[in-house]
Design a protein around this ligand. Sequence first.
Ligand SMILES: Nc1nc2c(ncn2[C@@H]2O[C@H](COP(=O)(O)OP(=O)(O)O)[C@@H](O)[C@H]2O)c(=O)[nH]1
Ligand SMILES: [Mg+2]
Length: 302
Amino acid sequence: MGSESELTIVIPVLNEEEAIGKVLDELFKEGFRREQIVVVDGGSTDRTVDIAKSMGVKVVLQEGRGKADAIKTALKFVNTPYMLVMDGDYTYPAKYIRNLLELAKRCDLDEVIAARRYGRENIPIVNRFGNWVLTQMFNLLFGTKLSDVLSGMYLVKKESVEDLLFTTKGFSIESEIAAHIAATTGKIGEYPIEYRRRIGRKKLRVVHGIRIALDMVRLAWQYNPVFFIASIGALLLIPGIALGIWVAYHYLFLGIKYYVKGLIALFLTLIGLQSLFIAILALYLKRMEFRIVKKLSSVCRS
Ligand SMILES: Nc1nc2c(ncn2[C@@H]2O[C@H](COP(=O)(O)OP(=O)(O)O)[C@@H](O)[C@H]2O)c(=O)[nH]1
Ligand SMILES: [Mg+2]
C-alpha cells in the first residue's frame, strides 16, 4: 500500500504492558509496517518496552518528562510528510488511520483530529465533561468549530509542527498543536471515530484538566493577544445589556428614571460592542497575516 511511506505512527507510552501488544498487533493487521512505527517510552517500569521491542518496532526513550516531551522526541524520528499520534492503551481503533490520511490529503489539511463521536460511554464521565468544557473553551479562544480537541489520536503534517514552540508540558500538547495550526493556517479538520474502553490504568487526572485550561489561555495570549484582550472587553456586554434592560423596565413600566445607571449601562454596552468588533477584526487580521506569511515563505523557499 503506497500510503505507508507517507506516514509515521507515533505511540507515547507509560506503563502500558497490558495494551501495547494489542495496539501493535492491530496496526500490523491493518497493513502498517514495523519500520513506520515509533514507540516513545516515558520511563515505563513494567514490561511495556520489552513487549514493544520484541515485536520489532522502533522503541525510543523520551527526553524530558510528560507527553509533550515525548512528542518532541518523536519528531526527531519522523522522516515522512505525515505523523500520526495515538495512545498506547488500545482505545483508538487503527482502522481509522487511513481515513484520517485520506481526509488530510483530499482537503489539504495540516491536522486531522480523530474525534471521539461513538463509544463516548467508554470515556469516564468526568473526563467526558472536562473534554467538552475544554473543547468549547478552545473554540471560543481560537475561533474553531472542533468537537474533540483533546483526542489522543491525530494526524499532522510534519512540516506544520516543525516550528512548534513546545511551550506547554504534558497533556497540553494536543491543545498546543491545535492552537498552532488554528492560529497559523487554520487548516484543521476532524474525522469521527469510535472510542474503545481503556486497557490498563489511565495517567490523566482532574488536575491535568485545570493545567490544560490555563495553558489554553496562555496559548491564546501568545498567538493572538489583541483577540484575547478584546474578547475580555466584550464580556462587558453582559452586565451592560442586563443593566440596560433593568433601567428600561423601570422607566417603561414603573415610570422611574435612573440617569446614572442608564449612562453606565450605555457605557458598558458601547465598550463591550467595540471590543467585540475589535476581537472579530483581530481574528480576521491574524488569519490574513498568516496566509500572507505562508505565501511569502513558500516564495522564498522555491
Ligand atoms: N512517553 C510518555 N507517554 C505518556 C506519558 N504520560 C502518558 N503517556 C501515554 O500517553 C497516552 C495517553 O495517556 P492516557 O492515560 O491514556 O490519557 P487519556 O487518554 O487522555 O486518558 C497513553 O498511551 C499513555 O501511556 C509520559 O509522560 N510519557
Ligand atoms: Mg488514552
